[in-house]
Design a protein around this ligand. Structure first.
Ligand code: SF4
Length: 217
C-alpha cells in the first residue's frame, strides 16, 4: 500500500459530532461510499453508491484543513473498504484521534486499539441483521461503545435482553438512540428510568442543530 492508495468517498466535512460519548466535539468526518446493509431508518442512503475516488494523501489533506483533534470514519460502512486500515494508520501518524462508526457486519479486529469503535447492534425493526457484531464483542475494548437504534417497545425489550445476555452494560458504554421520527426521545427516556437501566440515552445532536434532513453536517 502507498499513500496513492484510493478509497471511494461520499463526502468529507467539518462539523460537530452528534453521537456517542463524543457528542459535542468538533470533528472532521470522512464518509466512505457503500454499505452492505439497508436499515429501515437509514438517513445516509445517498452514501450507498456514487462517491469519488480519492487517494489517502488527498483525504488526509482535506481532513487537515479542518484542524480538528478528532476524525470520524463513517458511511455507509467504512470497514467494508479494504483500504480503510491504511487510511486509519495515516491519520494516526498525523496525530489525529479516530472514531469509527460501524454497522457491525465487518470484522473490527484490525481496528481495535487504533480507533474508538462505535458499533451498532441492529435491532429487529432495523430490518437488518449483522450477525458478526456478536463475534466482534469479544474483540472490543472497554473504551469502545455499543449502539442500539431503538424503533419501538419491541426493539427496546430486545435490546435490553441483548445487553443482559452479553453483559454489555458492565463491559462497555451502551448507547440507546431512538430512531429519528419514529420513537419519541421521551418514551425511551421514561422506559430507561422505569427499568433503572444504566445505558446512555443518545439523541442525534447534529439534527437538533441543523435539522433532520440536512446532509454534510
Ligand atoms: S448500516 Fe448505517 S449506512 Fe448502512 S444501511 Fe444501516 S444505517 Fe444506513
Amino acid at each position: 500500500m502507498t499513500d496513492e492508495t484510493r478509497l471511494k468517498i461520499t463526502e468529507i466535512f467539518h462539523s460537530i459530532q452528534g453521537e456517542s460519548t463524543l457528542a459535542g466535539e468538533r470533528f472532521s468526518f470522512v464518509r466512505l461510499t457503500g454499505c452492505p446493509l439497508r436499515c429501515t431508518y437509514c438517513d445516509t442512503t445517498y452514501s450507498y453508491s456514487g462517491g469519488k475516488w480519492m487517494t489517502i494523501t488527498e483525504i488526509a489533506a482535506e481532513v487537515a484543513s479542518h484542524r480538528t483533534r478528532w476524525v470520524c470514519l463513517t458511511g455507509g460502512e467504512p470497514l467494508a473498504h479494504p483500504n480503510a486500515l491504511p487510511l486509519v494508520k495515516r491519520l494516526l501518524n498525523e496525530g489525529k484521534k479516530l472514531s469509527i462508526e460501524t454497522g457491525g457486519e465487518e470484522d473490527v479486529t484490525p481496528y481495535t486499539g487504533l480507533a474508538r469503535i462505535i458499533m451498532d447492534i441492529k435491532t429487529p425493526d432495523s430490518g437488518e441483521k449483522a450477525d458478526r457484531c456478536f463475534a466482534n464483542l469479544a474483540h472490543l475494548n472497554a473504551s469502545d461503545e455499543i449502539k442500539f437504534v431503538v424503533c419501538s417497545r419491541q426493539d427496546y425489550e430486545w435490546s435490553k435482553d441483548i445487553c443482559r445476555r452479553y453483559d454489555l452494560v458492565r463491559r462497555f458504554t451502551v448507547l440507546f438512540s431512538p430512531a429519528h421520527g419514529t420513537l419519541p426521545l421521551k418514551s425511551l427516556a421514561e422506559w430507561m428510568l422505569e427499568d433503572r437501566l444504566d445505558v446512555r440515552l443518545q439523541t442525534q445532536l447534529h439534527k437538533h442543530i441543523w435539522g433532520s434532513s440536512s446532509i454534510g453536517v
